[in-house]
Every structure is written in C-alpha cells, then in structure tokens.
Design a protein around this ligand. Structure first.
Ligand code: ARG
Length: 428
C-alpha cells in the first residue's frame, strides 16, 4: 500500500493490522468507485462556489476526474492493494496529476461522507434495477394471464387438489405480486433519496458548504439535513433497500418452488426452455431444473445480507469503522439477488404449459365447492349444503370452463380484473 493519508510520523504500519483494517475495501470500492467520482465532481464544484477552489483548479479537477473514470472503465486504472480504499485512491491520483489542486479536494469532506454518498447513489441505481426486473416479470405474467385466462389447471391448497383453477389465475397472482415488488422498490428508492454529502465526519464543518447545490447536481430528491443523521442512516437505508429486494426475492422463491414441482414428472405441467435445464453427470436420463433451484436458493444471500447489516447496527450514534462491513453485505445481497431476478422475465416468457397433463389432473371432487355454493344459491343454508356436497355420491365429472366462468368473485377466474393490474403496471 502506498502512503496512508493519515500516517503519523514515527509510527510503523503493521501489514497484518493494515490488511485487517482495509478488509476487502479496495475490491468492494470498485463497485462504488464511479459514484465516488461523480460525487467528487459535485463536491469540487461546491468548493469552487464558496471560493475554496479557483476556476482553473476546478476545471483541472473535473477533467482529471473524468479521465480517471475513463481509465477505470477501460481497465487502465485498477483499484488494487496499492491503495487503502477507493476514496484515498481518487485523492492520490488527483494529487499525482495536479499537485496542489489535487490536495485541495478533500477540504470540507470526510471519507465517511464520501462512502455514504457513493453507496447511496449505488443503492438508488440498484433499486431502479430491482424495479425494472420486477416490472418486467409482472408484465410477462400479466400478458400471459390475459392470453391463457381460460386454460384450466388444478388449484391446490396444502399441496392437495382443491378446486379448478386456471393459468390466468396463476399468472394474475404473480403479476400483482411483482407489481407490488416494483412499487416497493420505487417507494424505497424515494425514501432513501437523500444527500448525505457535506455532513463531513458526521458533525458538519466550518465552511458554508453548498449542500443544496450538490443535492441538485447529484440528482437527489432532498438534502439529508442533520449532519448527525447522515451516519445514523448508514445501514438503516441499506437494510430498507435489501428488504425491498427481499420482497421480490420472496416471490421469486415461491414461483421457483411452483416451477420445480410443475416440471417434475409427478405433475408434468410445465416444460422449461432448454437453456434453463442441465444434465446429470451420472444419470443420462435426467434434465434438471438447476436454474430454478438456484433462483430459489438465492433468497438465502439476501437474507444473509439483511442479517449481517442488522447485527452490525447495534452501535452508538456517529461513525464507527464497523459500518464498513455494510459494503460486503450489500454487494453480496444485491449482487446475487439481481443476478437471479434478471433471469426471471425471460424464463416466465418462455416456459410452456402441458395442457393435457393439467386437464388430466382435474377430478370430480374439485367441483364440490362449486356444488355447495350452488345449493346455497338455491336457498339451502350453506352449512347444510356443505355437508350435502361432501358426499362423493354427488360428485361427477364437471366442466372446468363452466366452473371458471362461474367464479365471479372479483379477482377470480370469472372476473380477473386484469385491466386494474394493467393500469398499476403502466403507472410504474
Ligand atoms: N472504508 C471506510 C468505510 O467504508 C471509509 C473510510 C473511513 N475510515 C476512517 N478511518 N474513518 O466506512
């Protein structure tokens, strides 16, 4: 590692201690580096507006920050163990290129608010991706709900055949679920859309920083006003973002379960696109739904990230180095979660039903509820009708289409109200 910014004369750096302190910082900071550069631009512009940088110095800093971003993207600049973290790497590079102007950029900020603003921008981007994937999944589900509204299939409770259902009802459920997930991602993004930059180490600074200017320049919805709240929100906002991701991942886990069951030969209702299944190394006859299973398993990574941050947050107010650990959790949770979610819309678009197997799984008992309610409609008290309809002697092969058409309670097959879901989706 090159010279440490904070190095005191006469104190030896112990490599093992330093490695422990830095952790995986330079690796993780790669994830946040471009956001750190964007926020550094805004900070420099703010410094110039309050007379802490000359116009020429600002111009040179902005130019070199752009060059650094380009070099980082192209791989010409690698954030590695030469640096303590991404923040000091930016300052080191600016100083190397610009001398005194580079040394001026850190006036009025701290690495503590630097990491906050970079991760905050990253969280906003990541939630936008959650929203997009959830919206896409909902869009596919809604289209298929419309197209396959009358395709009959069994409806299960407790994994037991219960009533006649339809692909339309199955899809409509996922459509509304993923609409809600997209809404939650959007609303959480708005909730965390607050600019922490300019809170310095958490207690402000003796400069009239243009915090409103940086809020606008970085596209934040509001200023995070209290300098002391900025550090309190670290981890708490991360957790909220992971919870929003977690809502989508919970639905992903449950739909993956359905697909696992439905592709098994005991059900045989669904065929997956060939890319989504893998062979067995030992059993030549197998086509395994590994993708669906890993999608289901990915919830664990999001849950782990939430747990790690939640356990970490047992802290007094103010900055503590403990907070550094939030970055690994975020990276792991969002990295794995987004990768799984990204595959969902296409999988849903291309999975195929096996209508014959679905039809064959319908049996006379599955019309018993219809019968009980029909008797009640004719005037028999429901509890008596229920008893009557429980008698297997009264069951007969029914008509799935008629059962579905008669299911007119709002949200059921006879009144799916997909237009209401479509309007919510379109508003996203
Ligand atoms: N790497 C730290 C973090 O993620 C930021 C650096 C702050 N270091 C310090 N000694 N104050 O929280």
């Amino acid at each position: 590692m090159a010279d440490l910014l904070w190095q005191k004369p006469g104190v030896e750096v112990d490599a093992r201690i330093q490695a422990f302190l830095a952790g995986d910082d330079v690796l993780l900071d790669r994830e946040f580096f471009l956001h750190d550069i964007a926020a550094s631009r805004a900070h420099a512009q703010g410094l110039q507006r309050i007379g802490m940088l000359g116009a020429g110095e600002l111009e040179a800093l902005l130019r070199e920050l752009d060059v650094l971003a380009g070099d980082f993207r192209s791989g010409a600049f690698v954030l590695d163990q030469r640096y303590e973290d991404g923040h000091s790497a930016i300052e080191a590079r600016l100083t190397e290129r610009l001398g005194d102007a580079g040394k001026r950029i850190h006036a009025g900020r701290s690495r503590n608010d630097q990491v906050l603003v970079a991760t905050r921008l990253w969280l906003k981007d990541s939630l936008a991706v959650v929203q997009r994937h959830a919206r896409d999944a909902a869009g596919v589900a809604l289209d298929r709900a419309q197209a396959e509204a009358s395709l009959a299939m069994p409806g299960y409770t407790h994994l037991q055949r219960a009533v006649v259902s339809s692909a339309g009802m199955w899809w409509a459920g996922w459509a509304e679920a993923f609409i809600d997930d997209a809404v939650r991602a959007r609303d959480t993004a708005a909730w965390i859309d607050a600019n922490p930059l300019g809170s310095a180490a958490g207690y402000g600074i003796n400069l009239p920083l243009d915090r409103d200017g940086t809020t606008q320049a970085l596209g934040f919805g509001r200023l995070q006003v209290a300098a002391t709240y900025a550090q309190l929100s670290r981890g708490k906002f991360e957790l909220a973002a992971l919870e929003a991701l977690g809502s989508a991942m919970l639905d992903l886990r449950r739909i993956a379960w359905d697909l696992s069951l439905f592709t098994g030969s005991e059900f045989g209702f669904v065929a997956l696109p060939p890319e989504y299944v893998t062979g067995s190394s030992i059993m030549p006859n197998k086509r395994n739904p590994d993708v669906v299973e890993l999608m289901r398993g990915t919830y664990a990574s999001v849950a782990a990230a939430k747990a790690e941050i939640e356990h970490l947050l047992s802290l007094p107010s103010g900055y503590h180095r403990d907070l550094q650990v939030t970055k690994g959790a975020l990276f792991h949770g969002f990295g794995k979660g987004l990768q799984a979610l990204a595959l969902l819309p296409d999988l849903l678009r291309r999975m195929q039903w096996r209508p014959d197997a679905m039809r064959a799984a319908l049996e006379p008992s599955m019309y018993a509820t219809d019968l009980a309610v029909d008797l009640a409609k004719q005037g028999m008290p429901f509890r008596d009708a229920y008893r009557e309809a429980a008698d297997p002697a009264r069951w007969a092969e029914g008509d799935p289409a008629a059962s579905l058409a008669a299911r007119v309670s709002p949200g059921a097959a006879g009144d799916l109200r997909l237009d209401v879901l479509r309007a919510r989706l379109d508003a996203l």
